[in-house]
Design a protein around this ligand. Structure first.
Ligand SMILES: Cc1cc2nc3c(=O)[nH]c(=O)nc-3n(C[C@H](O)[C@H](O)[C@H](O)COP(=O)(O)OP(=O)(O)OC[C@H]3O[C@@H](n4cnc5c(N)ncnc54)[C@H](O)[C@@H]3O)c2cc1C
Length: 437
């Protein structure tokens, strides 16, 4: 829980440039900036790129509230040799990244023991169960309801022997109270007639949705934030320190590519790049790595699917978007510096072959790679530390879009000044605390 529950913890004073400096203009940073500005705070968002050009640009757009289990599981270690040998497989590990990845994998394995696993699932569920309502509130508040389609999503399987895995998954999901329907082959054909007739059936998730353009969602939120007075600065943040002296004791100083910026508090929301600044300001080293993911967008493919469809065996998702059909997925452990291997994006088109009656048209397709920010317990950090001067919202792994609106509401509550004389009413954020590391 936050360090103090009586005051907002941040210093008063005139020698600051802004109340809150938000580092990172991805979906998390921008949604949080809007929530903070709506409390009357002066907010400045700093990003080395234009808003929404990180992982939030090209994700699969799926509000994946059905995904309550960590994506990575113990089989990751069994698959290590294959991962190292197959550069185009759904899961890939770059040899050069192995020394850094091994401790992360070890922590991931420790988190699969029963007690931490239960904590992870409960933590993901709390975010997922609030996701759709929080998104509806946020979209309504900016007039952006047109961006969200609430038609559910479907997980299909094609090999008869996969039925056992599908039934087992359904049982586990029901235990976690995820709304799910089993669809026979006929139901799949009726709802998505363009899919191949050889599909055996699947699981339909009615309480999920998708965005028709995830990048546009960030832009619309950024416009709304600007209209609320949020300033956007195009600068790289190089480091930061807690300010302990001067006319205004306290606050935070950020070293940026264009000089120093002083703030009463900072929100670290720079996705997969959040570890360095967090360590500098809080002294805590988070084991943040990136699971790099790819997409291939097919602008000539419209009307193939009514909702996102994931293939159980082929392990990727296809989402109908305003700009065509987006094929997305794959996990690549190769760090933040190695260039994208866009062959992996094109591999998604190969994977789609056979899933439809007629193959997808890849003419004018565009390929993309993004950095999922992933912690080995599959939970984000959402917290308020250093006496309220440092807020944290990063590490949303495969679910950052799903979790952005609810994260913004919680960060807003963490930053809000307490009502006079009353204890601060906060959501239970114990699962997302920084000091779990
Ligand atoms: C292929 C793929 C598919 C996905 N599909 C889904 C999906 O269907 N549903 C879902 O919920 N999630 C999905 N995700 C995950 C989701 O996209 C991420 O969890 C989410 O975008 C993370 O948002 P963010 O704002 O934390 O990070 P980002 O969007 O990466 O934003 C971080 C920002 O910080 C900036 N930054 C970094 N360092 C600095 C610095 N030093 N100074 C200034 N600025 C800095 C970057 O420029 C960037 O703009 C997917 C991800 C990928 C890659």
């Amino acid at each position: 829980m936050p360090n103090d529950s009586r005051s907002d913890g941040a210093p008063d004073g005139a020698d600051v440039d802004t109340d809150v400096a938000v580092v990172g203009a991805g979906i998390i940073g921008v949604a949080c900036a809007l929530a903070l500005a709506r409390q009357g705070l002066r907010v400045t968002v700093i990003d080395g790129q234009e808003p929404g050009r990180g992982a939030s640009y090209g994700n699969a757009g799926h509000l994946a509230t059905e995904q309550v289990f960590p994506i990575a599981d113990a089989s990751i270690l069994k698959r290590l040799p294959a991962m190292l040998m197959d550069p185009l497989g759904p899961l890939r590990l770059d040899w050069k990244h192995l020394p850094r990845a091994l401790p992360w994998f070890a922590r991931l394995l420790l988190n699969l023991r029963p007690a931490p696993f239960r904590r992870t699932v409960a933590g993901i569920r709390a975010l997922n169960e609030n996701s759709l309502d929080a998104w509806r509130r946020l979209l309504r508040s900016i007039g952006g309801e047109d961006l969200l389609v609430q038609e559910g999503s479907l997980l299909v399987f094609e090999r008869p022997e996969s039925r056992h895995a599908i039934d087992a998954l359904r049982a586990r999901l029901e235990q976690e109270e995820v709304p799910v329907d089993t669809w026979r082959a006929g139901a799949v054909r009726d709802a998505a007639p363009q899919l191949s007739a050889h599909l055996q059936g699947g699981l339909f998730f009615p309480r999920t949705g998708h965005f028709v353009d995830p990048y546009r969602v960030v832009l619309r939120l950024a416009e709304a934030a600007q209209a609320c007075g949020v300033r956007f600065l195009r600068r790289q943040v190089r480091g930061g320190r807690l300010r302990d002296g001067g006319a205004c004791a306290g606050g935070v100083a950020l070293a940026t590519s264009q000089g120093e910026l002083r703030a009463r508090r900072v929100l670290i929301a720079c996705g997969a790049h959040s570890a360095g600044l967090t360590a500098q300001l809080t002294g805590i080293r988070v084991p943040l790595d990136t699971e790099r993911g790819y997409h291939l967008s097919l602008p000539r493919e419209h009307g193939r699917l009514p909702f996102p469809v994931t293939s159980l065996e082929r392990k990727f998702i296809m989402t109908p978007m305003a700009g065509g059909l987006r094929l997305a997925g794959t996990v690549e452990f190769a760090g933040l510096k190695r260039p994208a291997d866009l062959k992996r994006a094109w591999q998604l088109h190969r994977l789609s072959q056979g899933l439809f009656g007629a193959d997808l048209d890849a003419g004018d397709a565009t390929a993309w790679m993004g950095f999922r920010p992933s912690l080995p317990d599959s939970l984000p950090v959402i917290d308020r530390v250093c006496g309220g001067r440092v807020l944290l919202a990063f590490g949303h792994q495969h679910l950052g879009l799903t979790h952005a609106a609810v994260t913004a509401e919680w960060i807003g509550q963490l930053a809000a000044p307490p009502a006079a004389g009353a204890p601060r009413a906060l959501p239970d954020l114990a699962a997302y605390r920084l000091d779990r590391f």
